[in-house]
Design a protein around this ligand. Structure first.
Ligand code: PRP
Length: 224
């Protein structure tokens, strides 16, 4: 990737498990990264593709939102959880990719959950990677939330007395169960989205519009 060439479009993809679900859609949309992309030994973070005018970068999912918000990447793929937490007006999310299905939930220890009634809460202390979503969720129902920011392994917080409750993503529920926790409230249903920088879309409507359409078709092709 030639980073000095600023007329190329940059697509930011999230690292980690979700990439396995993301790549079939990217490929169905007609974008094929250079061979190094699939080489686990490669330390490259930026890749050329079969399109001379589009490059791919691979970053952490929260950083996808940062790159797109600042226009350093024109397009990106991130979970609705990340986009909601980021809540940046420069990011527009026009396509639900219908992958990465999970939910964002409030959870607590099984013992507490057996007797707890969320409708009686007035103040909660919550460990989470999502303090903004958590505060907004609780504020909307008149509960003050004190958030302790963690970057992962939220499930440890109740076990070690950091907080009685957590807000985290739940998919199969296996992680909660393995740590003696139960879900007590669902905040949002989550899927991955195609994110677009709004200014880029305004200044390069044909190119960005083309890729939005290709991603829409790729999702529909999978559904049919
Ligand atoms: C996510 C999430 C939970 C787990 C839920 O973590 O934060 O810990 O998956 O999945 P489950 O309901 O199927 O058990 P992930 O492994 O993505 O890593 P993270 O803790 O770094 O976010």
């Amino acid at each position: 990737m030639d980073t000095t060439q600023n007329d190329k479009l940059v697509l930011a993809l999230p690292k980690g498990r979700i990439l396995e679900e993301v790549m079939p859609i990217v490929r169905r949309a007609g974008i094929e990264p250079e061979a190094d992309f699939d080489n686990p030994k490669s330390r490259k973070l930026a890749f050329s593709t079969n399109h001379a005018n589009i490059d791919i970068i691979r970053v952490r999912s929260f950083d996808v939102a940062t790159f797109v918000a600042f226009g350093a990447a024109h397009l990106g793929i991130a979970g609705a959880d990340v986009l909601m937490e980021f809540d940046n007006p420069e990011i527009y999310a026009p396509v639900d990719l219908k992958i990465g299905y999970c939910r964002m939930s409030v959870a607590e220890s099984k013992e507490l959950g057996d007797e707890d009634d969320p409708s009686t809460w007035s103040h909660v202390r919550v460990a989470t990677k999502y303090p903004e979503i958590t505060k907004k969720h609780f504020a909307s129902r008149g509960v003050q939330a004190e958030c302790i920011k963690l970057n992962g392994a939220m499930e440890l917080a109740p076990l070690l007395g950091l907080s009685k409750r957590i807000v985290d993503l739940v998919s199969t529920g296996a992680t909660l169960k393995a740590n003696g926790l139960v879900e007590v409230e669902v905040i949002a249903e989550i899927t991955s989205r195609l994110a677009v920088n709004r200014t880029a879309w305004k200044t390069r409507p044909d190119e960005i519009g083309h890729w939005i359409e290709r991603f829409r078709e790729a999702v529909d092709a999978k559904a049919s």
